[in-house]
Design a protein around this ligand. Structure first.
Ligand code: HPA
Length: 277
């Protein structure tokens, strides 16, 4: 399905959960795997994790699955993989993120998460590349997401759907990650709409309201994952210090470069965390 005007999630009369179930059926057909246990969304810098998580059962372009949109960005591979861990768990590895800033609406943003839930996954691991507000953090460092502040003023929930977001980023899963890497720090992820980076004043605002990480994804996906009853683990790769904290201008190239350098280390970390679940 292309991101043309006929996209099923753009029709308000269509139930997004039915599209997610149809997508899960596509994945079962394309992969031969009926049930997935864990889903992992790979953000900038995390792309090599798939091969370390386990043996690939199947790999196919996300666009072969109903409801998925074409990748908007170089560096965001649009591939879905089914990977089997050494312990025998099936992991759906999602290398196809639709960002809120693409302007296709929040239904498309969270479709991958809803699809993951429909494949059976009870655990959702969301990763991203993001800016760091804490001055002690260095580009290339992975941090756990402890909570979020959603500055998009949007929600994947439709109608009067009241969902508790306490412990959204599971303390239990964060503790498991810290058993594997005790040096992991954590912070509050602040989602801006993007695609422009924040101004230094906006970064100071994020800091003042309790944010430690700035980025353009993840929060809306985490809300949808909670709605679907999944347990959530969030990781940010600090690709740069946020605008004004770092004294040099931000560039997408710098973000990709930090991702490329950190990739072997953080991908290995992510694989070890998946194996511990
Ligand atoms: N801000 C928002 N998103 C980002 C950043 C940032 O500094 N770095 C990578 N993604």
């Amino acid at each position: 399905m292309s991101n043309s005007t006929s996209h099923p999630l753009d029709d308000p009369a269509v139930d997004p959960f039915e599209v997610a179930q149809a997508a899960a059926n596509d994945i079962a057909r394309l992969s031969g795997v009926e049930h997935h246990d864990i889903a992992v969304t790979l953000g900038s810098g995390w792309g090599r994790a798939a091969e370390l998580i386990g043996e690939e059962t199947a790999s196919f372009p996300a666009t072969e699955v109903v409801g998925f949109s074409k990748p908007a960005l170089e560096g965001h591979a649009g591939t879905l993989r089914s990977v089997r861990t050494p312990g025998g768990k099936n992991v759906l590895v999602i290398g196809a993120r639709t960002h809120y800033y693409e302007g296709h609406g929040v239904r498309r943003v969270v479709h991958s998460v809803r699809t993951a839930a429909a494949t059976g996954a009870r655990t959702m691991i969301l990763t991203n590349g993001a800016g760091g507000i804490r001055e002690t953090w260095k580009p290339g460092q992975p941090v756990l997401i402890s909570d979020h502040i959603n500055l998009t003023a949007d929600s994947p929930l439709e109608g009067a759907t009241f969902i508790d977001l306490t412990d959204l980023y599971s303390k239990r899963l964060r503790d498991i990650a810290r058993e594997i890497d005790p040096t992991l720090d954590e912070g509050v992820y602040t989602q801006f709409r993007g695609p422009h980076y924040e101004t230094p004043a906006e970064v100071q605002m994020a800091k003042a309201i309790g944010g430690h990480i700035v980025g353009m994804s993840t929060s809306l996906e985490a809300i949808a994952a909670r709605q679907a009853g999944m347990e959530i683990l969030g990781f940010s790769l600090i690709t740069n210090l946020a605008a004004g904290i770092q004294k040099t201008p931000l560039s997408h190239e710098e973000v990709l470069e930090a991702g490329r350098e950190a990739e072997p280390v953080i991908s290995a970390l992510l694989a070890r965390v998946v194996h511990a679940l």
